[in-house]
Design a protein around this ligand. Structure first.
Ligand code: KPC
Length: 552
Protein backbone atom coordinates (compact mmCIF):
# COMPACT_ATOMS: atom_id res chain seq x y z
CA UNK A 1 0.00 0.00 0.00
CA UNK A 2 1.25 3.52 -0.78
CA UNK A 3 0.05 5.79 1.99
CA UNK A 4 -0.55 9.18 0.36
CA UNK A 5 -2.43 10.58 3.36
CA UNK A 6 0.12 11.01 6.07
CA UNK A 7 3.29 12.87 5.10
CA UNK A 8 5.09 11.48 8.15
CA UNK A 9 4.51 7.89 7.14
CA UNK A 10 6.49 6.58 4.21
CA UNK A 11 6.34 9.91 2.42
CA UNK A 12 10.08 10.32 2.15
CA UNK A 13 10.39 7.18 0.04
CA UNK A 14 7.34 8.18 -2.03
CA UNK A 15 8.96 11.55 -2.75
CA UNK A 16 12.22 9.87 -3.66
CA UNK A 17 10.34 7.63 -6.08
CA UNK A 18 8.53 10.59 -7.64
CA UNK A 19 11.81 12.54 -7.86
CA UNK A 20 13.35 9.66 -9.76
CA UNK A 21 10.45 9.77 -12.27
CA UNK A 22 10.41 13.44 -13.09
CA UNK A 23 12.79 15.53 -15.09
CA UNK A 24 12.58 19.30 -15.12
CA UNK A 25 9.31 20.90 -16.18
CA UNK A 26 6.98 18.61 -14.30
CA UNK A 27 5.63 21.27 -11.97
CA UNK A 28 6.28 22.21 -8.36
CA UNK A 29 7.80 19.77 -5.91
CA UNK A 30 6.53 19.75 -2.35
CA UNK A 31 8.66 20.19 0.74
CA UNK A 32 9.42 17.17 2.87
CA UNK A 33 6.39 16.55 5.07
CA UNK A 34 4.01 18.46 2.77
CA UNK A 35 1.20 16.81 0.77
CA UNK A 36 1.82 15.84 -2.85
CA UNK A 37 1.62 18.71 -5.33
CA UNK A 38 -0.31 18.47 -8.59
CA UNK A 39 2.98 17.98 -10.46
CA UNK A 40 3.98 15.14 -8.13
CA UNK A 41 0.59 13.48 -8.45
CA UNK A 42 0.89 13.70 -12.26
CA UNK A 43 4.26 11.94 -12.24
CA UNK A 44 3.00 9.20 -9.93
CA UNK A 45 -0.25 8.62 -11.84
CA UNK A 46 1.47 8.63 -15.25
CA UNK A 47 3.94 6.04 -14.02
CA UNK A 48 1.19 3.77 -12.70
CA UNK A 49 -0.91 4.13 -15.86
CA UNK A 50 2.11 3.40 -18.07
CA UNK A 51 3.30 0.39 -16.04
CA UNK A 52 0.27 -1.14 -14.33
CA UNK A 53 1.91 -4.57 -13.84
CA UNK A 54 4.73 -3.02 -11.83
CA UNK A 55 2.41 -0.77 -9.85
CA UNK A 56 -0.19 -2.91 -8.17
CA UNK A 57 -0.05 -1.23 -4.76
CA UNK A 58 -3.17 0.77 -3.86
CA UNK A 59 -2.95 4.51 -3.20
CA UNK A 60 -4.27 4.73 0.34
CA UNK A 61 -5.88 7.87 1.73
CA UNK A 62 -7.91 6.61 4.69
CA UNK A 63 -8.21 8.41 8.02
CA UNK A 64 -6.59 6.57 10.94
CA UNK A 65 -8.94 5.81 13.90
CA UNK A 66 -7.37 8.60 15.97
CA UNK A 67 -8.25 11.05 13.16
CA UNK A 68 -11.82 9.84 12.59
CA UNK A 69 -13.39 6.77 14.17
CA UNK A 70 -16.95 7.29 12.90
CA UNK A 71 -18.81 4.69 10.89
CA UNK A 72 -18.80 5.44 7.16
CA UNK A 73 -22.08 6.95 5.97
CA UNK A 74 -21.36 5.70 2.47
CA UNK A 75 -18.84 3.82 0.41
CA UNK A 76 -18.79 5.08 -3.17
CA UNK A 77 -17.82 2.26 -5.52
CA UNK A 78 -16.20 4.17 -8.39
CA UNK A 79 -14.61 7.61 -8.18
CA UNK A 80 -15.74 9.11 -11.48
CA UNK A 81 -18.02 12.11 -11.75
CA UNK A 82 -20.84 10.52 -9.71
CA UNK A 83 -18.59 9.08 -7.02
CA UNK A 84 -16.41 12.14 -6.70
CA UNK A 85 -19.22 14.69 -6.57
CA UNK A 86 -21.35 12.48 -4.30
CA UNK A 87 -18.39 11.98 -1.96
CA UNK A 88 -17.53 15.66 -1.87
CA UNK A 89 -21.12 16.62 -1.10
CA UNK A 90 -21.55 13.99 1.59
CA UNK A 91 -18.31 15.14 3.20
CA UNK A 92 -19.43 18.78 2.98
CA UNK A 93 -22.61 17.81 4.81
CA UNK A 94 -20.52 16.47 7.71
CA UNK A 95 -20.70 12.80 6.71
CA UNK A 96 -17.93 10.29 6.34
CA UNK A 97 -17.26 8.65 2.99
CA UNK A 98 -14.81 6.28 1.39
CA UNK A 99 -14.35 6.29 -2.39
CA UNK A 100 -12.76 3.35 -4.20
CA UNK A 101 -11.53 3.27 -7.79
CA UNK A 102 -9.60 0.76 -9.86
CA UNK A 103 -7.74 3.58 -11.63
CA UNK A 104 -4.99 5.48 -9.77
CA UNK A 105 -6.92 8.75 -10.07
CA UNK A 106 -10.36 10.19 -9.38
CA UNK A 107 -12.57 11.71 -12.08
CA UNK A 108 -13.19 8.44 -13.93
CA UNK A 109 -13.35 8.06 -17.69
CA UNK A 110 -13.96 11.81 -18.24
CA UNK A 111 -10.34 12.96 -17.92
CA UNK A 112 -8.92 9.60 -19.03
CA UNK A 113 -10.77 8.50 -22.16
CA UNK A 114 -14.06 10.34 -22.66
CA UNK A 115 -15.12 14.00 -22.25
CA UNK A 116 -11.70 15.62 -22.05
CA UNK A 117 -10.18 13.94 -25.13
CA UNK A 118 -13.51 14.36 -26.95
CA UNK A 119 -13.31 18.12 -26.38
CA UNK A 120 -9.67 18.22 -27.48
CA UNK A 121 -10.59 16.35 -30.66
CA UNK A 122 -13.61 18.58 -31.32
CA UNK A 123 -11.48 21.67 -30.97
CA UNK A 124 -8.95 20.16 -33.38
CA UNK A 125 -11.81 19.35 -35.79
CA UNK A 126 -13.01 22.95 -35.69
CA UNK A 127 -9.49 24.35 -36.27
CA UNK A 128 -8.79 21.91 -39.06
CA UNK A 129 -12.12 22.62 -40.74
CA UNK A 130 -11.38 26.33 -40.88
CA UNK A 131 -7.81 25.76 -42.04
CA UNK A 132 -8.99 23.47 -44.84
CA UNK A 133 -11.82 25.82 -45.89
CA UNK A 134 -9.53 28.87 -45.94
CA UNK A 135 -6.44 27.26 -47.43
CA UNK A 136 -4.58 29.61 -49.74
CA UNK A 137 -6.58 32.65 -48.58
CA UNK A 138 -5.60 35.37 -46.08
CA UNK A 139 -2.76 33.94 -44.00
CA UNK A 140 -3.87 30.32 -44.32
CA UNK A 141 -1.29 28.11 -46.08
CA UNK A 142 -2.24 25.38 -48.53
CA UNK A 143 -3.67 22.49 -46.56
CA UNK A 144 -1.83 19.21 -46.80
CA UNK A 145 -4.14 16.38 -45.74
CA UNK A 146 -1.20 14.37 -44.50
CA UNK A 147 -0.16 17.01 -41.99
CA UNK A 148 -3.11 16.39 -39.66
CA UNK A 149 -2.32 13.18 -37.87
CA UNK A 150 -4.97 11.44 -35.74
CA UNK A 151 -2.17 9.52 -34.03
CA UNK A 152 -0.28 12.70 -33.10
CA UNK A 153 -3.40 14.28 -31.60
CA UNK A 154 -4.21 11.11 -29.63
CA UNK A 155 -0.59 11.03 -28.42
CA UNK A 156 -0.83 14.70 -27.43
CA UNK A 157 -3.77 13.85 -25.20
CA UNK A 158 -2.15 10.69 -23.83
CA UNK A 159 0.97 12.62 -22.87
CA UNK A 160 -0.96 15.40 -21.16
CA UNK A 161 -3.79 13.64 -19.36
CA UNK A 162 -1.72 13.18 -16.19
CA UNK A 163 -2.37 16.79 -15.21
CA UNK A 164 -6.20 16.63 -15.25
CA UNK A 165 -5.89 13.34 -13.34
CA UNK A 166 -3.55 14.92 -10.84
CA UNK A 167 -5.82 17.90 -10.27
CA UNK A 168 -8.70 15.54 -9.44
CA UNK A 169 -6.61 13.72 -6.80
CA UNK A 170 -5.12 16.88 -5.37
CA UNK A 171 -8.46 18.72 -5.20
CA UNK A 172 -10.30 15.71 -3.74
CA UNK A 173 -7.70 15.20 -1.03
CA UNK A 174 -6.47 18.70 -0.16
CA UNK A 175 -9.56 20.82 -0.81
CA UNK A 176 -12.51 18.44 -0.47
CA UNK A 177 -11.00 16.32 2.33
CA UNK A 178 -12.21 13.06 0.82
CA UNK A 179 -11.03 9.64 1.90
CA UNK A 180 -10.16 7.31 -0.97
CA UNK A 181 -8.41 4.13 -2.02
CA UNK A 182 -7.25 4.17 -5.65
CA UNK A 183 -5.54 1.69 -7.95
CA UNK A 184 -7.53 -1.08 -6.25
CA UNK A 185 -10.60 -3.08 -7.22
CA UNK A 186 -13.54 -3.30 -4.85
CA UNK A 187 -15.29 -6.58 -4.14
CA UNK A 188 -18.88 -6.29 -2.97
CA UNK A 189 -19.55 -8.57 -0.02
CA UNK A 190 -23.06 -7.38 0.85
CA UNK A 191 -25.13 -4.18 0.95
CA UNK A 192 -22.93 -2.72 3.69
CA UNK A 193 -19.55 -4.35 3.16
CA UNK A 194 -16.83 -3.90 0.57
CA UNK A 195 -13.46 -5.58 0.43
CA UNK A 196 -10.55 -3.70 -1.05
CA UNK A 197 -6.84 -4.54 -1.00
CA UNK A 198 -7.54 -7.40 1.39
CA UNK A 199 -9.34 -5.23 3.93
CA UNK A 200 -13.07 -5.05 4.68
CA UNK A 201 -14.87 -1.74 5.11
CA UNK A 202 -18.46 -1.36 6.28
CA UNK A 203 -20.83 1.56 5.77
CA UNK A 204 -24.46 2.52 6.33
CA UNK A 205 -24.90 2.72 2.54
CA UNK A 206 -23.29 1.82 -0.74
CA UNK A 207 -23.37 4.17 -3.73
CA UNK A 208 -22.65 2.44 -7.02
CA UNK A 209 -20.83 4.69 -9.51
CA UNK A 210 -18.98 2.48 -11.99
CA UNK A 211 -20.38 3.87 -15.25
CA UNK A 212 -20.78 2.10 -18.60
CA UNK A 213 -18.71 0.93 -21.53
CA UNK A 214 -19.19 0.45 -25.26
CA UNK A 215 -21.15 -2.56 -26.36
CA UNK A 216 -19.45 -3.88 -29.47
CA UNK A 217 -21.77 -5.46 -32.06
CA UNK A 218 -21.45 -9.24 -32.15
CA UNK A 219 -20.23 -9.62 -35.72
CA UNK A 220 -17.27 -11.64 -37.02
CA UNK A 221 -13.98 -9.78 -36.92
CA UNK A 222 -15.01 -7.24 -34.28
CA UNK A 223 -12.01 -8.28 -32.15
CA UNK A 224 -9.44 -7.57 -34.90
CA UNK A 225 -6.62 -5.12 -34.37
CA UNK A 226 -7.77 -1.83 -35.86
CA UNK A 227 -11.27 -1.87 -34.30
CA UNK A 228 -11.60 0.86 -31.67
CA UNK A 229 -14.08 2.63 -29.45
CA UNK A 230 -13.53 5.98 -27.71
CA UNK A 231 -11.62 4.29 -24.87
CA UNK A 232 -9.37 1.92 -26.81
CA UNK A 233 -8.62 4.71 -29.30
CA UNK A 234 -6.83 6.51 -26.48
CA UNK A 235 -5.13 3.45 -25.03
CA UNK A 236 -4.17 1.46 -28.10
CA UNK A 237 -3.91 3.54 -31.28
CA UNK A 238 -0.35 3.04 -32.57
CA UNK A 239 -0.61 3.75 -36.31
CA UNK A 240 -1.95 6.48 -38.56
CA UNK A 241 -5.41 5.57 -39.90
CA UNK A 242 -5.92 6.26 -43.61
CA UNK A 243 -9.60 5.39 -44.02
CA UNK A 244 -12.33 5.11 -41.38
CA UNK A 245 -15.59 3.18 -41.12
CA UNK A 246 -17.78 4.04 -38.16
CA UNK A 247 -20.27 1.42 -37.01
CA UNK A 248 -23.23 3.00 -35.23
CA UNK A 249 -25.02 6.32 -35.19
CA UNK A 250 -24.64 7.56 -31.60
CA UNK A 251 -23.46 11.02 -30.60
CA UNK A 252 -19.97 9.53 -30.36
CA UNK A 253 -20.24 8.44 -34.01
CA UNK A 254 -21.02 11.99 -35.18
CA UNK A 255 -18.40 13.56 -32.96
CA UNK A 256 -15.47 11.26 -33.66
CA UNK A 257 -16.48 10.89 -37.31
CA UNK A 258 -16.34 14.65 -37.75
CA UNK A 259 -12.94 14.77 -36.11
CA UNK A 260 -11.45 11.97 -38.21
CA UNK A 261 -12.82 13.55 -41.40
CA UNK A 262 -11.44 16.95 -40.44
CA UNK A 263 -7.95 15.45 -40.18
CA UNK A 264 -8.27 14.31 -43.79
CA UNK A 265 -9.15 10.66 -43.07
CA UNK A 266 -12.16 9.72 -45.25
CA UNK A 267 -15.06 8.61 -43.01
CA UNK A 268 -18.09 6.46 -43.77
CA UNK A 269 -20.75 6.17 -41.05
CA UNK A 270 -22.83 2.98 -41.17
CA UNK A 271 -25.94 3.49 -39.07
CA UNK A 272 -29.19 1.54 -38.69
CA UNK A 273 -31.30 4.50 -37.55
CA UNK A 274 -31.03 7.86 -39.26
CA UNK A 275 -28.42 10.03 -37.55
CA UNK A 276 -29.80 12.17 -34.68
CA UNK A 277 -32.99 10.11 -34.72
CA UNK A 278 -31.82 7.57 -32.16
CA UNK A 279 -33.96 7.00 -29.05
CA UNK A 280 -31.23 8.34 -26.76
CA UNK A 281 -31.50 11.87 -28.25
CA UNK A 282 -34.66 13.82 -27.59
CA UNK A 283 -36.20 17.06 -28.88
CA UNK A 284 -34.13 17.11 -32.08
CA UNK A 285 -35.52 19.81 -34.36
CA UNK A 286 -35.82 18.72 -38.02
CA UNK A 287 -34.31 21.96 -39.30
CA UNK A 288 -31.35 21.68 -36.95
CA UNK A 289 -30.81 18.06 -37.91
CA UNK A 290 -31.00 18.82 -41.63
CA UNK A 291 -28.38 21.55 -41.28
CA UNK A 292 -26.04 19.37 -39.17
CA UNK A 293 -26.23 16.40 -41.56
CA UNK A 294 -25.91 18.62 -44.65
CA UNK A 295 -22.81 20.24 -43.19
CA UNK A 296 -21.26 16.85 -42.34
CA UNK A 297 -21.87 15.75 -45.93
CA UNK A 298 -20.52 19.09 -47.16
CA UNK A 299 -17.25 18.17 -45.41
CA UNK A 300 -17.16 14.89 -47.32
CA UNK A 301 -18.45 12.44 -44.70
CA UNK A 302 -20.34 9.54 -46.27
CA UNK A 303 -23.44 8.64 -44.24
CA UNK A 304 -25.17 5.33 -44.95
CA UNK A 305 -28.49 5.05 -43.12
CA UNK A 306 -30.38 1.76 -42.81
CA UNK A 307 -27.05 -0.10 -42.87
CA UNK A 308 -26.58 -3.44 -41.12
CA UNK A 309 -22.90 -4.31 -40.47
CA UNK A 310 -22.13 -7.93 -41.36
CA UNK A 311 -18.41 -8.50 -40.79
CA UNK A 312 -15.13 -6.78 -40.10
CA UNK A 313 -12.65 -8.24 -42.57
CA UNK A 314 -8.96 -8.79 -42.02
CA UNK A 315 -6.19 -11.20 -41.28
CA UNK A 316 -4.99 -10.18 -37.84
CA UNK A 317 -5.63 -6.55 -38.73
CA UNK A 318 -8.66 -4.76 -40.17
CA UNK A 319 -8.78 -4.54 -43.95
CA UNK A 320 -12.47 -3.89 -44.61
CA UNK A 321 -16.10 -3.97 -43.52
CA UNK A 322 -19.07 -5.62 -45.19
CA UNK A 323 -22.62 -4.40 -44.59
CA UNK A 324 -26.12 -4.80 -45.96
CA UNK A 325 -27.58 -1.57 -47.25
CA UNK A 326 -31.21 -0.42 -46.95
CA UNK A 327 -32.03 -2.24 -50.23
CA UNK A 328 -30.60 -5.52 -48.97
CA UNK A 329 -27.44 -5.31 -51.12
CA UNK A 330 -24.21 -6.56 -49.49
CA UNK A 331 -21.45 -4.01 -49.90
CA UNK A 332 -17.81 -3.79 -48.89
CA UNK A 333 -15.60 -0.88 -47.87
CA UNK A 334 -11.83 -1.32 -47.69
CA UNK A 335 -10.48 0.34 -44.56
CA UNK A 336 -7.66 0.14 -42.00
CA UNK A 337 -9.63 1.67 -39.13
CA UNK A 338 -13.05 0.80 -37.67
CA UNK A 339 -14.58 2.90 -34.91
CA UNK A 340 -17.58 1.63 -32.94
CA UNK A 341 -20.18 4.16 -31.82
CA UNK A 342 -23.16 1.95 -31.03
CA UNK A 343 -23.85 3.05 -27.46
CA UNK A 344 -22.93 1.91 -23.97
CA UNK A 345 -24.08 -0.44 -21.21
CA UNK A 346 -22.87 -1.00 -17.66
CA UNK A 347 -20.98 -4.08 -16.56
CA UNK A 348 -22.90 -5.27 -13.51
CA UNK A 349 -20.92 -8.45 -12.70
CA UNK A 350 -19.40 -6.75 -9.66
CA UNK A 351 -22.83 -6.29 -8.11
CA UNK A 352 -24.05 -9.89 -8.48
CA UNK A 353 -23.93 -10.52 -4.68
CA UNK A 354 -26.47 -7.70 -4.17
CA UNK A 355 -29.25 -9.14 -6.36
CA UNK A 356 -30.21 -5.73 -7.78
CA UNK A 357 -33.25 -5.31 -10.02
CA UNK A 358 -32.03 -4.74 -13.59
CA UNK A 359 -34.24 -3.48 -16.44
CA UNK A 360 -34.68 -5.19 -19.83
CA UNK A 361 -31.98 -3.01 -21.41
CA UNK A 362 -29.41 -3.96 -18.75
CA UNK A 363 -29.50 -0.82 -16.60
CA UNK A 364 -29.94 -0.70 -12.81
CA UNK A 365 -33.49 0.06 -11.67
CA UNK A 366 -33.62 2.96 -9.22
CA UNK A 367 -36.29 5.42 -8.07
CA UNK A 368 -36.11 9.21 -8.24
CA UNK A 369 -34.14 9.19 -4.96
CA UNK A 370 -31.46 7.00 -6.66
CA UNK A 371 -32.48 4.09 -4.38
CA UNK A 372 -32.10 0.65 -5.93
CA UNK A 373 -34.27 -2.36 -5.08
CA UNK A 374 -31.80 -3.23 -2.28
CA UNK A 375 -32.21 -1.10 0.88
CA UNK A 376 -29.17 1.07 1.57
CA UNK A 377 -27.82 0.72 -1.98
CA UNK A 378 -27.96 3.68 -4.38
CA UNK A 379 -27.10 3.74 -8.10
CA UNK A 380 -25.93 6.71 -10.15
CA UNK A 381 -24.87 8.01 -13.55
CA UNK A 382 -24.54 5.69 -16.53
CA UNK A 383 -25.65 2.68 -14.44
CA UNK A 384 -29.16 4.15 -14.73
CA UNK A 385 -29.18 4.41 -18.55
CA UNK A 386 -29.49 7.45 -20.83
CA UNK A 387 -28.80 10.29 -20.82
CA UNK A 388 -25.18 9.36 -20.30
CA UNK A 389 -24.21 12.91 -19.57
CA UNK A 390 -22.05 14.65 -17.03
CA UNK A 391 -24.84 16.61 -15.33
CA UNK A 392 -26.70 13.39 -14.60
CA UNK A 393 -23.64 11.56 -13.27
CA UNK A 394 -22.69 14.38 -10.94
CA UNK A 395 -26.24 15.20 -9.78
CA UNK A 396 -27.25 11.59 -9.17
CA UNK A 397 -24.08 11.18 -7.09
CA UNK A 398 -24.89 14.31 -5.13
CA UNK A 399 -28.56 13.25 -4.93
CA UNK A 400 -27.63 9.92 -3.35
CA UNK A 401 -25.43 11.77 -0.86
CA UNK A 402 -28.23 14.21 0.02
CA UNK A 403 -30.65 11.37 0.70
CA UNK A 404 -28.07 9.48 2.73
CA UNK A 405 -27.50 12.62 4.83
CA UNK A 406 -31.18 12.86 5.67
CA UNK A 407 -32.70 15.06 2.95
CA UNK A 408 -35.68 13.98 0.88
CA UNK A 409 -34.12 14.73 -2.52
CA UNK A 410 -35.59 13.69 -5.86
CA UNK A 411 -33.98 14.20 -9.26
CA UNK A 412 -35.90 13.90 -12.51
CA UNK A 413 -33.33 13.77 -15.31
CA UNK A 414 -35.78 13.21 -18.14
CA UNK A 415 -35.68 16.86 -19.30
CA UNK A 416 -32.34 18.58 -19.91
CA UNK A 417 -30.44 20.74 -22.38
CA UNK A 418 -28.26 18.77 -24.75
CA UNK A 419 -25.36 19.23 -27.15
CA UNK A 420 -23.01 17.45 -29.48
CA UNK A 421 -20.07 18.41 -31.66
CA UNK A 422 -19.48 17.96 -35.34
CA UNK A 423 -17.02 20.56 -36.57
CA UNK A 424 -19.71 22.77 -35.05
CA UNK A 425 -21.09 22.98 -31.55
CA UNK A 426 -24.74 21.86 -31.72
CA UNK A 427 -26.97 22.80 -28.75
CA UNK A 428 -30.65 22.48 -28.01
CA UNK A 429 -33.18 22.63 -25.18
CA UNK A 430 -36.96 22.51 -24.78
CA UNK A 431 -39.24 21.40 -27.60
CA UNK A 432 -38.51 20.99 -31.28
CA UNK A 433 -40.76 22.98 -33.61
CA UNK A 434 -42.73 19.83 -34.56
CA UNK A 435 -43.25 18.88 -30.89
CA UNK A 436 -44.37 22.42 -30.08
CA UNK A 437 -46.92 22.36 -32.92
CA UNK A 438 -48.35 19.08 -31.62
CA UNK A 439 -48.95 20.64 -28.20
CA UNK A 440 -49.82 24.29 -28.99
CA UNK A 441 -52.17 25.62 -31.69
CA UNK A 442 -50.32 28.86 -32.36
CA UNK A 443 -46.57 28.40 -32.65
CA UNK A 444 -44.15 30.85 -34.30
CA UNK A 445 -40.42 30.70 -34.79
CA UNK A 446 -37.44 32.95 -35.13
CA UNK A 447 -34.96 31.29 -37.47
CA UNK A 448 -31.69 32.17 -39.17
CA UNK A 449 -31.41 31.70 -42.07
CA UNK A 450 -35.21 31.85 -42.60
CA UNK A 451 -36.79 29.04 -44.62
CA UNK A 452 -37.21 31.21 -47.72
CA UNK A 453 -33.66 32.58 -47.75
CA UNK A 454 -30.84 31.24 -49.91
CA UNK A 455 -28.42 30.02 -47.23
CA UNK A 456 -25.45 30.37 -49.59
CA UNK A 457 -25.93 34.15 -49.51
CA UNK A 458 -27.56 34.72 -46.12
CA UNK A 459 -24.67 35.43 -43.75
CA UNK A 460 -26.52 34.97 -40.47
CA UNK A 461 -26.09 33.77 -37.83
CA UNK A 462 -22.53 34.98 -37.48
CA UNK A 463 -20.56 35.66 -34.33
CA UNK A 464 -17.16 34.79 -32.89
CA UNK A 465 -16.02 31.54 -34.40
CA UNK A 466 -18.15 31.91 -37.52
CA UNK A 467 -17.20 35.36 -38.83
CA UNK A 468 -14.64 34.07 -41.31
CA UNK A 469 -17.18 31.56 -42.64
CA UNK A 470 -19.83 34.30 -42.91
CA UNK A 471 -17.53 36.41 -45.08
CA UNK A 472 -16.24 33.58 -47.25
CA UNK A 473 -19.18 31.13 -47.58
CA UNK A 474 -22.24 32.23 -45.60
CA UNK A 475 -23.95 28.85 -45.42
CA UNK A 476 -21.11 27.60 -43.23
CA UNK A 477 -21.73 30.25 -40.55
CA UNK A 478 -24.38 28.31 -38.61
CA UNK A 479 -28.10 27.98 -37.98
CA UNK A 480 -30.54 28.89 -35.21
CA UNK A 481 -34.17 28.61 -34.22
CA UNK A 482 -36.26 29.85 -31.29
CA UNK A 483 -39.70 28.22 -30.94
CA UNK A 484 -42.42 30.34 -29.29
CA UNK A 485 -46.02 29.80 -28.22
CA UNK A 486 -47.62 32.93 -29.74
CA UNK A 487 -50.59 32.78 -27.31
CA UNK A 488 -48.69 32.74 -24.01
CA UNK A 489 -45.59 34.35 -25.64
CA UNK A 490 -43.50 31.75 -23.82
CA UNK A 491 -40.36 30.33 -25.40
CA UNK A 492 -40.80 26.59 -25.87
CA UNK A 493 -37.52 25.55 -27.40
CA UNK A 494 -34.13 26.81 -28.59
CA UNK A 495 -31.81 25.21 -31.16
CA UNK A 496 -28.42 26.37 -32.35
CA UNK A 497 -25.55 25.28 -34.57
CA UNK A 498 -22.43 27.42 -34.42
CA UNK A 499 -19.86 28.19 -31.80
CA UNK A 500 -19.94 29.54 -28.27
CA UNK A 501 -23.65 29.20 -27.42
CA UNK A 502 -23.41 26.11 -25.20
CA UNK A 503 -23.14 28.06 -21.95
CA UNK A 504 -26.20 30.14 -22.75
CA UNK A 505 -28.27 27.00 -23.26
CA UNK A 506 -27.71 25.87 -19.67
CA UNK A 507 -29.45 29.02 -18.52
CA UNK A 508 -32.10 29.18 -21.26
CA UNK A 509 -33.11 25.61 -20.37
CA UNK A 510 -33.51 26.59 -16.73
CA UNK A 511 -35.50 29.72 -17.55
CA UNK A 512 -37.94 28.13 -19.99
CA UNK A 513 -38.61 25.14 -17.70
CA UNK A 514 -39.64 27.28 -14.74
CA UNK A 515 -43.39 26.96 -13.99
CA UNK A 516 -43.82 30.59 -15.05
CA UNK A 517 -41.73 30.04 -18.19
CA UNK A 518 -39.73 32.69 -20.01
CA UNK A 519 -41.36 34.94 -22.58
CA UNK A 520 -40.11 36.54 -25.78
CA UNK A 521 -40.67 39.88 -24.00
CA UNK A 522 -38.39 38.89 -21.12
CA UNK A 523 -35.78 37.63 -23.58
CA UNK A 524 -35.97 41.00 -25.36
CA UNK A 525 -35.22 42.78 -22.05
CA UNK A 526 -31.86 41.03 -21.56
CA UNK A 527 -28.69 42.96 -22.41
CA UNK A 528 -26.88 41.24 -25.25
CA UNK A 529 -23.09 41.13 -25.39
CA UNK A 530 -23.07 41.68 -29.11
CA UNK A 531 -22.13 39.73 -31.29
CA UNK A 532 -23.76 37.14 -29.03
CA UNK A 533 -23.40 33.68 -30.54
CA UNK A 534 -27.04 32.67 -30.23
CA UNK A 535 -28.54 36.04 -31.41
CA UNK A 536 -31.77 35.25 -29.53
CA UNK A 537 -31.99 38.45 -27.48
CA UNK A 538 -31.97 40.96 -30.33
CA UNK A 539 -34.03 38.77 -32.63
CA UNK A 540 -36.69 38.47 -29.90
CA UNK A 541 -36.60 42.26 -29.44
CA UNK A 542 -37.34 42.76 -33.15
CA UNK A 543 -40.62 40.88 -32.68
CA UNK A 544 -41.57 41.63 -29.06
CA UNK A 545 -43.47 44.80 -30.04
CA UNK A 546 -46.09 42.73 -31.87
CA UNK A 547 -49.41 42.02 -30.14
CA UNK A 548 -49.85 39.03 -32.46
CA UNK A 549 -46.51 37.37 -32.97
CA UNK A 550 -45.45 36.14 -36.41
CA UNK A 551 -42.35 34.35 -37.67
CA UNK A 552 -39.05 36.10 -38.17
C1 KPC B 1 -11.98 19.05 -17.12
C2 KPC B 1 -12.33 18.42 -15.85
O1 KPC B 1 -13.12 18.95 -15.11
C3 KPC B 1 -11.67 17.17 -15.49
S1 KPC B 1 -12.64 15.74 -15.59
C4 KPC B 1 -13.94 15.97 -14.40
C5 KPC B 1 -14.14 14.77 -13.57
S2 KPC B 1 -15.21 15.10 -12.28
O2 KPC B 1 -14.88 16.43 -11.70
O3 KPC B 1 -15.02 14.08 -11.27
O4 KPC B 1 -16.58 15.11 -12.77
Amino acid sequence: MINVRNPADGFRSLRARIDALGGPGHGDRGEDGAPLTVGEWALLIDDIVAHPEANTEPLWNVAAPEEDDREYDAIFVGGGAAGRFGSAFLKARGGRQLTIDAWPFLGGSCPHQACVPHHLFSECARELDLARHMQGRLWYPPFDDKRASILEIVELFRAGRGYPHAIMNWQSKEQLDMEFILNARATIIDAHTVEVAGQRFTARNLVLCTGARTIFPEIPGIGLRGVFDFASLIEDLDYEPNRCVIIGGSKVALEYGSFFQATGCQVTILTRSPLMRTASLHHIDDGMRDYVIAMMRDRGIEIVEGAEPIEVLGNGKVSGVTYRDADGQVRQIDTDFVFVGTGERPNLDLYAPLGLDIDERGFVVADSHMRTSVPGVYATGDLLGPPMEMFKARKTGVGAARNIMGEDYEFDFTQYPDFLHTTYEVTWCGLSEAEARERHPNVIKIQMPPDDADPETFALPAAEGSMIYAFTRPILSGWLKLVIDADSRKILGAHHVGFGAKDAFQYIDYLIRRPEGFTIDQMAELNELFLNPEHFIQLSRLRAGQASLVNL
